[in-house]
Design a protein around this ligand. Structure first.
Ligand SMILES: CC(C)(COP(=O)(O)OP(=O)(O)OC[C@H]1O[C@@H](n2cnc3c(N)ncnc32)[C@H](O)[C@@H]1OP(=O)(O)O)[C@@H](O)C(=O)NCCC(=O)NCCS
Ligand SMILES: CC(=O)OP(=O)(O)O
Length: 325
């Protein structure tokens, strides 16, 4: 069964409540109506009800079955409870005035619905940049036990080829420890998507071909990841061609058991990761699904602003499956 059919069969009829803060966006509405019609998700759209319905009507979409919450008209008692919960969660870092201000932002409001258990997950980022989408989750939902940094992976898919790229979305620069943690998290993400992970720690150098502090970081990260998970198939530092192409691997890293056959690619910083996935997507014709946020305590997913309704639908399936995991 194809990946998204598998996810759909897992979540169908389970009543997973996903909040979509960008309720007036047509791509969100198209995905939400499809998810509701297929009984995969119970979508909750945030925003001004009249605007949301006007957009839907123009596109001929029927939102009868879909819940809409206008944060501006949220009942006063419920809003006060939300402010209190946010202030308590922030443990002295955020006062009630700031909390009330934050909650005028749909991403904070949606994140609080998830944090308070009033929704099971959230999908946003079709119109908001990643920072604005994920910051509330980093501040409020925070990491799962045992994880120190959240990161963003993409599932890159074309035909029967499927790979994981990370971090392509969150950590602007990483030290060796964080890069090692991202590698381990990404191997776990790979298993969720039926990929048996072989992890390449990417660099502009292969096995000492160049000397620079940036290369040392990748070597150190590889060592730390191996120490943390000795059975994981992981190697570095590797250039992308050595990681991916058998012939190049034979020349550049003949001793490596990962080189030439890697399927999980860990980038040394966000410049490389974000540029890398977009090149594979736009030149290489790969579908880029994600970013799938790794390490959050509750599922909140970001979208690329370049997404279409199909991307929103797929990210929603992943988010709903994470909510049931
Ligand atoms: C994600 C991002 C917005 C966080 O930046 P920020 O808001 O300036 O982060 P701060 O350092 O102020 O931290 C805010 C909170 O989030 C937490 N946080 C930040 N990054 C985190 C991470 N990777 N994992 C876990 N927590 C994190 C901090 O600990 C802090 O928590 P606190 O308020 O409880 O102390 C920022 O790293 C960013 O812009 N990344 C790039 C996003 C992007 O544009 N990607 C490309 C497109 S996908
Ligand atoms: C993931 C990503 O690059 O997002 P955006 O295109 O919205 O910046």
């Amino acid at each position: 069964m194809e990946l998204f059919e598998q996810l759909a069969s897992k979540i169908k009829g389970k009543g997973v409540r996903l909040v979509f803060p960008e309720g007036a966006d047509i791509r969100i509405q198209q995905a939400a109506t499809r998810l509701a019609a297929e009984a995969l998700v119970e979508p909750v759209l945030l925003g001004d009800e009249a605007t949301i319905k006007e957009t839907a009507q123009l596109e001929g979409l029927d939102l009868q079955e879909i819940k809409i919450i206008d944060p501006e008209k949220y009942p006063e008692t419920a809003m006060n409870e939300m402010i209190d919960a946010l202030v308590t969660r922030r443990k002295g870092k955020t006062d009630a005035v700031t909390a009330a201000k934050w909650l005028t932002d749909v991403n904070y409001f949606g994140t609080m619905l998830v944090y308070m258990g009033l929704a099971d997950g959230m999908v946003s980022g079709a119109t908001h940049p990643t920072g604005d989408t994920v910051r509330p989750a980093l501040q409020i939902v925070k990491t799962k036990p045992g994880v120190s940094r959240i990161s963003g992976a993409f599932v890159m898919q074309k035909g029967d080829q499927r790979y994981i790229f990370a971090d392509c979305a969150i950590n602007v620069d990483v030290d060796a420890q964080t890069m090692a943690e991202i590698a381990i998290q990404s191997a776990q993400t790979a298993r969720v998507f039926d990929i048996d992970p072989r992890v390449a720690m990417l660099s502009f150098s292969t096995k000492g071909s160049a000397k620079a502090p940036q290369v040392d970081k990748v070597v150190e990260a590889t060592k730390l990841a191996k120490q943390a998970e000795p059975t994981l198939a992981i190697d570095g530092e590797l250039q992308f061609d050595a990681a991916f192409v058998g012939q190049v691997a034979a020349a550049k890293a003949p001793q490596s058991t990962v080189a030439g056959k890697a399927n999980v690619f860990i980038f040394p910083d966000l410049q490389a990761g974000n540029i890398g996935y977009k090149i594979a997507q736009r030149f290489g014709g790969f579908e880029a699904i994600g970013p799938v946020l790794q390490g959050l305590a509750k599922p909140i997913s970001d979208l690329s602003r370049g997404c279409n309704a199909e991307d929103v639908y797929k990210v929603a399936l992943i988010t709903a499956a994470q909510a049931l995991a």
